[in-house]
Structure formats: C-alpha cells, structure tokens
Design a protein around this ligand. Structure first.
Ligand code: GLC
Length: 342
C-alpha cells in the first residue's frame, strides 16, 4: 500500500511537470542549496563601451579577495541588453565568449555562480510587456543561450533568466515566465533555475509556485527602503539622515515585514527561497548600516537562508575604499563579521 501510494505520488509529480522535460521533477538538493549561501553580487563587470561588451573595472584579484573573505558564490548580473531584437535566436559569438570567460574565471576561483544575464532597465521590461513578438523572441533567445551554458556543472552554475521583471500585469509575466522556464529546461535539464516573482521582492508570497521543482525563488530585500536607499542619486526624493535601528524599525520589524511571510510561504509550498539581493547604500550612517547588516546576517543564518549581498561594486559596497584600484581593494572587516561569512 505504502509502495503504491509512493508510486502514485511520483507519477503525479511527473505528470504535473509535463512540458518541462526531464530534470524538472527533482527538487533542489540541500547540498546544491548550500552553494547559494554567503554570496555577493558583482554589478557592472561587463559594460557596453562603444557598442562592445567589455570587461571594465574588475579582475581575478577581486574574485580572490571575495573568496578569501569567505563568500562562496557570486551573482553575476549583466545590465546591457544581449538579445538581438532583429534575430532573437542569434547570439553574438564575441559577446558570448566574453561572458563565458568571466563565468569561467569565477568558477576557477572556487566560486559558484548565479548567472543573471538579463538585468534590464524598467523601460526595457515595459517594452517587453507591451510587445508579444518581443516576448516570443525572448523565449527563443533563452533557448539558444541556455544551450550555450548547458555544459557547465549544474552543481556550480545557477541560471536566473530575468531580474525584477516589474510587469504591470503579473499574469503576463507569469505566463511568459512559464514559457521561458520550459525553453531553458529543454536545453539545460539539470540546472537549478532562479525564478523571479513579478516585482522581485516580498511579492514572492503572492506567487503560485511553478511546476518545475528544480528551482529556487528569488526575492530581494531592501526594507525599510527609505533607510537602505536614502540619498540614492537616481531616486532624488529620499532624504539622508534616516536611522537604523529605531523604536519601530528594528530586527522585529524586518521579520514581520519580510522574513516571516517569505519563509512561511516557502514552507507552505515546500520550496526554497534565494535572497539574491539585500544591502544598504553608503549614504546611510556607517554604524546604522552595520546594525542593519548584522540583523539581516543573524536572521538569514538562523533561517538557513541562501543569499547574496548587493553589492561588491561602489554605492552599496562593503569595501573599505570602493574606489581603490584592482588589487588594492580590501573588505571592511566589521561588515564581513556582521554578515557572518567567515
Ligand atoms: C534593485 C536592482 C538593482 C539595483 C538595486 C539597488 O533591486 O536589482 O539593479 O541596483 O536593487 O537599488
């Protein structure tokens, strides 16, 4: 009887993942999830200069520094569009080689990689939402891109197809998301995919989990936003001088606002969550930023939650002198201790 129930259960899982191909029925193992712990984002490694994708400010020395500090994975976002809008399934060979050389360098330096090659502007995603041909193109683009990365070790390379889609219609995003996941799954049957809820933040709790079991759910945490983003030059209206902790904004608030609902959702659906971004701008006071990072570090450790700090690059950095040249950069030890990476 037990055997029969087990068989039926397995069969039901397989049936529900039809269309995703083999590999989708298996949940993410604890060992693989461990690789997503203690991460850091490296923003703007690849930028577009005079039309060409170029490795800018970072070198292997940065990866060594990151690994030695105790981080075990990096999230690698690429902001500039890579999709050829005239021919969606045509990839630029030179750009691919450049991207692969950076991924290879990260892996070679003992870091697992969350590959996030579509980290677009809100204008780009708005255009995609409005244009169904562009959506279909995006699915094709991912089919060929995923094939390119399918030979990478699935224990060490994670694929995140889209950062913070921010579609106005959640239904439109989730329909597209489904098509993209299926396309990637056909090409890369064993890789764990990082799935984004429509806004990419606590709204993950409103999401219906996808049928593919070999995924983790992305969620970004910047709460309270007026504190973490105070004085952000691109947001003009957020004044500096915001403190943390206060009587009402403290660890208890962080839990009620974000961690409790997110972990309850994950538990209810028996899925895993990846906090792929969290951080504070350096326009916040040093001690306040340290207090926020300590609280988040403690909570994530207690919850056994995989995460990646935003970010290695200037702005949100935890480097002593973020403008120091490659080879001379140094992590601020107090921040590292707060995160508990070592
Ligand atoms: C966002 C984005 C990232 C941005 C960061 C800080 O969630 O993913 O592109 O730079 O948070 O605002």
């Amino acid at each position: 009887m037990i055997r029969l129930t087990g068989f039926l259960l397995l069969w039901a899982v397989r049936l529900s993942t039809v269309g995703y191909g083999q590999g989708a029925a298996e949940a993410v193992s604890d060992a693989r999830y461990e690789k997503l712990k203690s991460g850091i984002n490296i923003d703007n490694w690849l930028v577009r200069k005079d039309g060409a994708l170029t490795a800018g400010q970072y070198t292997e020395a940065d990866l060594k520094l990151i690994r030695e500090a105790g981080f075990i994975h990096v999230r690698f976002p690429i902001r500039t569009p890579l999709m050829n809008e005239q021919q969606h399934d045509k990839l630029n060979r030179q750009e691919l080689d450049t991207i692969k050389s950076v991924v290879n360098l990260m892996l070679k330096n003992g870091l697992a990689v969350v590959f996030n090659p579509v980290h677009p502007s809100r204008e780009y995603t708005a255009r995609m939402e409005a244009d169904t041909a562009m959506q279909t193109g995006f699915v094709r683009f991912w089919s060929v891109l995923a094939k390119e990365f399918s030979s990478y070790d699935p224990e060490r390379l994670f694929i995140e197809p889209m950062n913070e889609p921010f579609f106005k219609s959640a239904a439109t995003w989730y329909a597209l998301n489904d098509r993209v996941l299926k396309a990637i799954r056909q090409a890369a049957p064993r890789h764990t995919l990082v799935v984004s809820p429509v806004k990419g933040n606590v709204d993950v709790v409103e999401m219906t989990p996808v049928a593919d079991r070999n995924v983790v759910y992305s969620t970004h945490f910047y709460s309270p936003f007026s504190f973490t983003h105070q004085g952000a030059p691109w947001l003009k209206k957020l004044p500096t001088g915001q403190r943390y902790p206060t009587d009402s904004l403290n660890a208890a608030y962080l839990k009620t606002d974000f961690f409790n609902p997110v972990t309850a959702w994950a538990k209810k659906h028996n899925v895993k969550v990846y906090m792929g971004e969290y951080g504070v701008l350096n326009t916040a006071g040093y001690e306040d930023k340290l207090a926020w990072l300590s609280d988040v570090g403690r909570i994530t450790t207690d919850l056994n939650l995989a995460s990646a700090l935003w970010c290695y690059s200037p702005g949100f950095s935890i480097i002593e002198d973020p403008k120091a040249p490659a080879g001379q950069r140094k992590f601020d030890q107090k921040f590292l201790n707060a995160l508990g990476v070592k």
